[in-house]
Design a protein around this ligand. Structure first.
Ligand SMILES: Cc1cc2nc3c(=O)[nH]c(=O)nc-3n(C[C@H](O)[C@H](O)[C@H](O)COP(=O)(O)OP(=O)(O)OC[C@H]3O[C@@H](n4cnc5c(N)ncnc54)[C@H](O)[C@@H]3O)c2cc1C
Length: 284
């Protein structure tokens, strides 16, 4: 049981982690690798105070080192489900289940767009976690859609356990995919079948398969937490970064514009301090 779990290891999540650790709370940051954050690829961040020559990669690595150095636990996995049960959040990150008293959402810009057919075949051929569901598809044909190094590594795992894998992405190959997995760069993806999923259409081209693993870098928060209040496409928050759920805060790009590092860092701090004060006041 952690005091505070944080979804997302970008500037907002790491600032929240640093501030919660300074207040002596136990902290877990559940995130994709720093290298998978789009900011990591920015060679120059000109507007972060006091660090005029810093790159996105160095800024993220320094924030990460500070948070981990203060004792925050870094859990490099994709969060795929979150549920408030009684007095705590149950969090499912690949095959790991974690529990925390408070959850701070800091997963960046909401990318909620689903592929045509995705909703229809959910649970009948569509999976969001290779480690959780891979064994169900041993010796079967699977299509993996991903955008990150870790998605490519998950595709390698599926290959290792005996799945016949084709990898699709809207981004160029990230360099981790084993050579025996075909890589296809696509613009559009559609899922199809009858009673179960039978194929995908990748840029209109039919690829037969028994399962599809959709390993996007992020999960839209409204899919993670049904009932989460959204306003103008962002998580609705109070000035203390509270959402409409108990013990649930949000910070950074996911709460709205401007999409900027300094704003994300500030909101991460506000969310952490509000969470700490809630933890200190809550009835046992
Ligand atoms: C190329 C580029 C250059 C930029 N340059 C500047 C600049 O010069 N100055 C400036 O102020 N801003 C800049 N920005 C914007 C800035 O990067 C963002 O405003 C800032 O990173 C937002 O921080 P955040 O923590 O809210 O979200 P993010 O930095 O997006 O971090 C969210 C993290 O959560 C992870 N995540 C999301 N969902 C899940 C999940 N379900 N499981 C696990 N992990 C998950 C994501 O992979 C990501 O790593 C730039 C952005 C880009 C892309």
């Amino acid at each position: 049981m952690y005091d505070i779990a944080i979804l997302g290891g970008g500037p907002a999540g790491l600032s929240a982690a640093i501030n919660a650790r300074v207040r002596n709370k136990t902290v877990a940051v559940i995130s994709n690798a720093c290298q998978d954050n789009p900011l990591y690829r920015s060679g120059h961040v000109p507007n972060y105070p006091a660090l005029p020559d810093i790159s996105g990669a160095e800024l993220l690595e320094r924030m990460h080192a500070q948070a981990v150095g203060l004792g925050a636990e870094w859990i490099e996995k994709r969060l795929i489900a979150a549920m408030y049960v009684g007095k705590s959040w149950m969090l499912s990150a690949a095959e790991t289940v974690l529990e925390s008293r408070v959850l701070i959402l800091a997963g960046g810009i909401i990318r909620g767009e689903k592929f045509p057919g995705e909703q229809q075949w959910m649970g009948r051929g569509v999976s969001y976690c290779a480690t959780c569901d891979g064994m169900l598809y041993r010796k079967k044909r699977v299509v993996v859609y991903g955008e990150t190094e870790s998605a490519e590594q998950e595709a390698n795992y599926l290959k290792e356990i005996g799945c016949i894998v084709v990898y699709l992405s809207r981004r160029p190959e990230q360099g981790k995919l084993v050579g025996t997995i075909p890589f296809i760069r696509i613009k559009t993806l559609e899922l199809g079948g009858d009673t179960v999923l039978t194929h995908v259409l990748a840029d209109g081209e039919k690829i037969a398969c028994d399962g599809v693993f959709l390993l996007r870098a992020s999960v839209a928060p409204m899919d993670l937490i049904p009932g989460l209040a959204i306003q103008d496409g962002h998580i609705r928050v109070s000035p203390r970064m509270e959402t409409n759920f108990p013990a649930l805060y949000a910070a950074g790009d996911c709460t709205g514009q401007p999409y900027q590092i300094a704003k994300a860092v500030g909101e991460g701090q506000v969310a952490a301090l509000a969470a700490v004060s809630w933890l200190d006041r809550r009835p046992e």
